[in-house]
Design a protein around this ligand. Structure first.
Ligand code: MN
Length: 488
């Protein structure tokens, strides 16, 4: 396995040599094409005071004039994954071995599985489509664990492209994104993309063009429009959406026009596509707070594969057209909304005009919902029996039982917990009482009533008792008399 490209990242070995002769002529081109990327060496548009989040949009068109090396004949093997969300800790305890939350261990396990697959399959490039951590401020432990896996890939001469997603973005433009340390260190083989750009990455299987479209918030696009004197005021919401979608389309077409058609090209984007099926992660999309684009905006023929991130469900939106337009989904389950989803990543065989891919499942944590409609006279036993019979090994489980309201007090939760002891984690047990009559308070029943007066009012409301009214009142009076006597 060649380690030739690890010139800067490897400090523990002096014996590595640059062997790839075909790499040299590309360097100049590479730097030019990458000019707008925040890798430190990109000097082209890093004006004074520009932080990591600034110049989010590509501001110049870099034209390549140098003739590139011929691509290799074989396809380039690429892994596309997204939405790692390292640091999600719901439904997890601290793992005593590692000191990490078990859910973090789960996500790392899936990520390591991906790295092993990349090595085993001799992958040349790993494309990450955004949202590395739960938020933009991952703690040092999470950063270390993430870096360890990136290092595993680099050691095998696998190039890594990290696209900035919404969860990676700082609140302030001048602050760093969650993966900015990789650009600050200028680690050879790692590319952090925080703006619309076209990169040329020389992999061990040949050159690959990667067009990058990080997450854009509506306010960023509004600012962009303002900067470019495009009027966005006074428009209706739908007119504004159209304008924003056209703006993104302009970015994509601009990138597509720069693609060298003799080489394979990928578009990687962290964005929501209107035809996608969304889960919990996308509440803001459904609520219209987020920019959404049509598949056709991204599915430009200049590209051979469109690697999407943001939506956690794996899905191919290409609708029979070329190139494939794919959400790889997240590599592990974040919550119950992802219970039924397959989790994994895409192994792409990238070749000009004939790219294919397959979905590979990760060993993601199982989530299981047990829904029970109780019918028997002992709902606890009924719930326990179903829980015991369900395969809950290594699973996060929740129980949702519906029981007749009159039995509500009979539920023994400790017994149900016992019946779930073979699960990895019990999220919750929810008992819903059904058929409970909604009683409205009779306005005539007040504290100023005598007990017998109150009983009389009550009987009036009960048709089934009315014919025995006198009898019931007599018994009631008798009881009251006895009570009064005892008191005395
Ligand atoms: Mn996202």
């Amino acid at each position: 396995m060649t380690r030739s490209s690890l010139t800067k990242s490897g400090s523990n070995s002096g014996s590595r040599e640059k062997t790839t002769a075909d790499r040299r002529p590309l360097t100049a081109v590479k730097n030019r094409v990458q000019g707008t990327v925040s890798r430190g060496q990109g000097k082209t548009d890093r004006g004074p005071g520009t932080g990591d989040g600034q110049n989010h949009f590509t501001s110049e068109i870099v034209k390549r004039t140098t003739v590139l090396n011929k691509p290799h004949n074989n396809p380039v093997k690429v892994i596309h994954f997204a939405d790692l969300h390292l640091g999600m800790e719901n439904y997890g305890r601290i793992d005593s071995k590692t000191g990490l939350n078990q859910r973090v261990v789960d996500f790392l396990k899936s990520f390591n599985f991906l790295a092993s697959k990349a090595i085993e399959e001799n992958v040349a490039l790993v494309v990450f489509a955004g949202d590395a951590f739960r938020n933009q401020k991952p703690n040092p432990t999470l950063q270390r664990e993430f870096a360890r896996i990136i290092r595993r890939l680099l050691k095998e001469d696998i190039k890594v492209l990290l696209l900035v997603g919404n969860h990676d973005l700082p609140n302030m433009d001048k602050h760093a994104n969650s993966m900015a340390v990789y650009s600050a260190l200028e680690i050879d083989g790692v590319y952090v993309a925080n703006k619309a750009d076209l990169l040329l990455i020389e992999t061990k299987h040949g050159p690959v063009q990667v067009a990058t479209l990080p997450h854009f918030s509506r306010s960023q696009i509004t600012a962009y429009l303002k900067e470019h004197d495009i009027e966005s005021k006074g428009k209706t919401l739908s007119e504004l959406n159209d304008l924003m979608e056209r703006t993104v389309e302009g970015f994509v077409k601009g990138l597509a026009s720069r693609v060298d058609k003799s080489l394979p090209a990928i578009l990687v984007a962290h964005i929501s596509v209107s035809s996608a099926t969304v889960g919990n992660e996308a509440r803001s999309i459904l609520m219209g707070n987020e920019l959404t684009v049509l598949p056709s905006v991204l599915q430009q023929p200049e590209f051979d594969y469109v690697a999407l991130g943001h939506i956690h469900k794996f899905q191919d939106l290409s609708n029979g057209n070329y190139p494939h337009l794919v959400y790889s989904g997240s590599i592990d389950r974040v919550d119950f909304s992802e219970e039924k989803e397959e989790k994994g990543f895409c192994l792409v065989s990238l070749a000009r005009g004939k790219t294919t891919y397959k979905f590979i499942q990760t060993p993601a944590r199982r989530f299981v919902t047990i829904d029970i409609e109780c019918k028997s006279e002992d709902p606890t036993a009924e719930i326990c029996s179903i829980c015991e019979k369900t395969n809950l090994e290594d699973s996060v489980v929740r129980v949702r039982a519906r029981i007749p309201a009159r039995m509500k007090d009979q539920i023994r939760k400790t017994e149900i917990l016992g019946a779930l002891s073979h699960a990895y984690y019990v999220a919750y047990i929810n008992i819903e009482a059904v058929g409970e009559q909604v009683r409205t308070r009779n306005p005539n029943l007040t504290e100023s009533q005598t007990p017998i007066g109150a009983l009389s009012e009550y009987i009036k409301t009960r048709e089934d008792l009315l014919e025995r009214k006198e009898e019931l009142l007599a018994y009631g009076q008798k009881l009251m008399d006895e009570l009064m006597q005892r008191k005395i």
